[in-house]
Design a protein around this ligand. Structure first.
Ligand SMILES: *[C@@H]1O[C@H](CO)[C@@H](O)[C@H](O)[C@H]1NC(C)=O
Ligand SMILES: *[C@@H]1O[C@H](CO)[C@@H](O)[C@H](O)[C@H]1NC(C)=O
Ligand SMILES: *[C@@H]1O[C@H](CO)[C@@H](O)[C@H](O)[C@H]1NC(C)=O
Ligand SMILES: *[C@@H]1O[C@H](CO)[C@@H](O)[C@H](O)[C@H]1NC(C)=O
Length: 423
């Protein structure tokens, strides 16, 4: 009977949705997740796979933690491994002027004696020797997913909670392992004149937005493992670091950048201010961005000229938009009556205009297929925030990425579950 076949097919498709797997781990570009939304926990059945991925990612990341700046094998110019350090990826040594004839100097003297020159877009593989950037990234991801998994009603709750707290302590608080409160050696160029950090290094800690979401969830969810003592210690860390972000010459210069660097700076500074409890200062940081850089970042048709002119335009459009959306979400969280997603640029565009435009451009036009998936969290966010009555956002994501329902972002960016409050 045809009717039976149809029932079997329907059963099978339901079954596949229910037992679908988990998504492979990826670090989303930027996020600020409303702690109230997570703590209410009214997620709906459509998020089962996303929840399974969140727990799987928390478990997978935990295999390589905890993370600390003292784990790097190279000592920064200050002589103190507690200083964060990274090497600018496109800079290469040219030892021809300093006696590279038959015998090469040893590796460490290359870093200090050979002049370094930029080869834009060509990665120097030795940058990975100093991997504070990868450690910070994994720490922020692990803290976020362990914290969200803690709010799920599972028997492993306490393990997730303990993991999140351990990773925060190790990076920010414990005397033996904590990071000093500056990025004075971020994105160093190296060589005789490059033994100091550069402005772009400030971008390395952009995932402080994920740390802020996590800390708010731990606080408001009344975690017993996240004690008042630890919270105070993290506040002190953030107070000192915010001071550095607002006064160090390289940080101030990064904050004035017109492109994605300026956007990420605003989101990061606001996140740090939220953790330390300075909500007016956080609001000031997001206001500064929306009154300045934002106005010139998106033109009338939704293009982002400062990103489109880069070597990887498809990637940089999504990259900046992730930071713009995060900054707007922080602004909404700080002031529920504000409407950052309604703001228009000097060209008359909103954030939605820019995401809509980015959806019309194929990554193939600039041979950037490897960056295709970076657009999906932005599309889901816009669908959740502005609505998706004709289903066009959902169809776009479905068409490009049939397994999208397994992605963690579905937990906080579901058009069918988000309430109006972040509008
Ligand atoms: C040293 O010289 C050799 C031979 O010219 C060259 O291949 C190599 O890249 C140089 N090394 C550095 C670090 O400049
Ligand atoms: C970061 O996590 C990924 C995914 O689990 C892992 O492959 C990588 O080795 C980790 N890197 C560091 C520096 O912890
Ligand atoms: C607000 O931002 C401006 C510009 O960065 C800064 O000069 C000022 O000190 C900030 N005020 C507060 C209260 O954070
Ligand atoms: C714009 O602001 C109005 C309130 O003035 C609000 O009702 C609406 O939902 C907002 N729309 C967006 C897209 O933010």
């Amino acid at each position: 009977m045809g009717f039976t076949l149809l029932s079997v097919l329907m059963f099978l498709s339901t079954w596949f949705v229910c037992v679908s797997g988990t998504a492979p781990f990826t670090a989303y570009t930027n996020d600020f997740i409303d702690p109230d939304y997570i703590l209410v926990g009214n997620f709906g059945d459509q998020t089962q796979a996303a929840q399974a991925s969140i727990m799987a990612w928390a478990n997978e990341l935990s295999l390589t933690g905890p993370w600390s700046v003292i784990q790097k094998p190279v000592t920064p110019p200050s002589g103190d491994k507690h200083d964060y350090m990274s090497w600018a990826p496109y800079w290469w040594p040219d030892c021809s002027s300093v006696g590279n004839t038959t015998v090469l100097p040893d590796e460490e003297s290359i870093w200090t004696t050979c002049p370094y020159v930029q080869h834009d877009g060509v990665f120097n593989p030795d940058r990975l020797l100093v991997n504070d950037i990868g450690r910070f990234s994994n720490m922020s991801e692990a803290v976020l997913y362990n914290t969200i998994a803690w709010t799920f009603r599972t028997s492993d709750r306490e393990t997730y909670e303990a993991n999140a707290v351990k990773y925060l302590r190790t990076w920010f608080i414990d005397t033996e392992t904590r990071m000093n409160t500056n990025l004075a050696y971020g994105q160093m160029h190296r060589g005789p004149t490059g033994q100091k950090g550069t402005a772009t290094g400030v971008l390395d800690l952009h995932s402080m937005t994920k740390v802020a979401s996590s800390v708010l969830i731990l606080r408001q969810g009344q975690s017993t493992a996240w004690t008042a003592e630890l919270d105070d210690a993290l506040k002190s860390w953030c107070r000192e670091y915010a001071q550095w972000l607002q006064t160090a010459a390289i940080a101030v210069s990064e904050g004035n950048a017109e492109n994605n660097h300026g956007t990420f700076y605003a989101a990061q500074l606001a996140a740090v201010k939220i953790i330390l409890g300075d909500l007016n200062g956080a609001k000031n940081a997001t206001d500064n961005y929306f009154k300045k850089q934002f106005l010139e970042q998106i033109d009338g048709k939704g293009e982002q000229p400062l990103e489109a002119s880069r070597t990887h335009p498809y990637h940089y459009r999504s990259y900046n938009l992730a930071a713009v959306i995060t900054t707007a979400r922080i602004a909404s969280y700080l002031d529920r009556s504000s409407h950052p997603f309604n703001l228009t640029t000097n060209g008359g565009a909103t954030i939605k205009t820019a995401v809509d435009y980015s959806m019309t451009i194929s990554p193939a036009t600039s041979s950037e297929e490897e960056y295709t998936s970076e657009i999906y969290p932005n599309v889901a966010a816009v669908a959740a925030i502005y609505g998706d009555s004709d289903g066009s956002y959902l169809n776009f994501v479905k068409d490009g990425y049939p397994d999208f329902i397994e992605e963690p972002f579905i937990l906080w960016d579901q058009p069918w579950a988000q309430d109006e409050k972040s509008m």
